[in-house]
Design a protein around this ligand. Sequence first.
Ligand SMILES: NC(=O)c1ccc[n+]([C@@H]2O[C@H](COP(=O)([O-])OP(=O)(O)OC[C@H]3O[C@@H](n4cnc5c(N)ncnc54)[C@H](O)[C@@H]3O)[C@@H](O)[C@H]2O)c1
Ligand SMILES: [Fe+2]
Length: 378
Amino acid sequence: MSDTPLSMARPITLLQPARLEIGAGAIARLADWAAAYERVFVVAMAPTAGFVERIGLAGAVEIFIDLPPEPDLPAVEAVLAAARAFRPDLVIGLGGGSVMDVAKLVAVLWDSEQTIADVVGVGKVQGRRTALAQVPTTSGTGSEAGIRSLVTNPETLAKIAIESQFMLADIAVLDPELTYSVPAAVTAATGVDALAHCVEAFTNIKAHPLIDGYASLGISLVGRYLARAVADGRDTEARAGMMLASYYGGICLGPVNTAGGHALAYPLGTRLKLPHGLANAIIFPHVLAFNAPVRAEKTEAIARALGMSGNLEAQAIAADSLAWCKALGLEMRLSHHGAAEHDLPVWAEEAFAIKRLIDNNPRALELPDILSIYRSAL
Ligand SMILES: NC(=O)c1ccc[n+]([C@@H]2O[C@H](COP(=O)([O-])OP(=O)(O)OC[C@H]3O[C@@H](n4cnc5c(N)ncnc54)[C@H](O)[C@@H]3O)[C@@H](O)[C@H]2O)c1
Ligand SMILES: [Fe+2]
């Protein structure tokens, strides 16, 4: 079967932050832009709080650092309460996807009558009065580029998605120096998350030529730079390349979004408590191989960009991409992360229920397919 033809028939909307600052040391440029604001609320985490000094903010600054990775609803409520007490006119997200997703919600909700429950879904947010700056410190989610926020519901353990144009940053700052301190394992996992965003959009049933362009650029950058960034965290060029790949991945998420890979990764995050990037890395080779028969040309382009062999048999794709991930130091076996065979049916049902992503997959993913992928990954 050949790939779907190039089609611009489907109208899409692409939003991006109005201003981008990119480059080594770019964080120092945020102060000028931020000078117009008097009360700055920074959402950060312990490893990223130290970067606030590099911005050189004037005025009153409150830093919230007590945020857990992959925050749940109560964790977001705690940040909102702190923001309400402080009354900011600028919110800065200074961290990985966990931090930036929360900064988005703070910017639209701290001064609003709406609760988080009111805004779950697409386009429910009524508006925003507070400026928003996003400064990523991992290269993975691309959250700084987009309009979506993901929060764990502690009752169902599912991720809830909030999407709104009002959550788009006014400015994003991509400074590779902020990622020097990301440990090798986190660099590898978050890097494969960025790759998965590009690949899942590129091979998506809703793929669009405009987004294919960004996705291809992102995939090539990952092929060129991820191994280098893992090997040497202070390799500025590699860190910059990965930061751009992550941003391109973020662009892919808006108009096209991910598909089967992310759907299958979510239960591994919420049930097995794997970090988002690692969960996606473990699933990545299996879904790439599963989709290969219906996206032959695009899979070949991906394999080439990642420096894999040109053998397009599904088994070869799976083996090559698994070896590629392992070479980054990632532990790819679910059983080595505590999973057992009896966990898999429940996770498969949960993944299958994430229709917003499963329905984007280019090859129909039925329940037995998902179970079989989890078994292969075990
Ligand atoms: N909004 C979106 O479109 C989108 C897309 C993908 C994922 N996500 C969400 O993003 C979250 C994951 O984000 P992530 O993968 O960036 O991980 P993360 O933000 O949870 O960070 C991972 C770990 O790295 C640490 N860290 C961050 N920056 C560091 C630095 N410079 N030096 C040292 N340590 C650092 C953090 O403190 C944390 O412990 C998940 O909640 C996921 O659901 C959102
Ligand atoms: Fe992701």
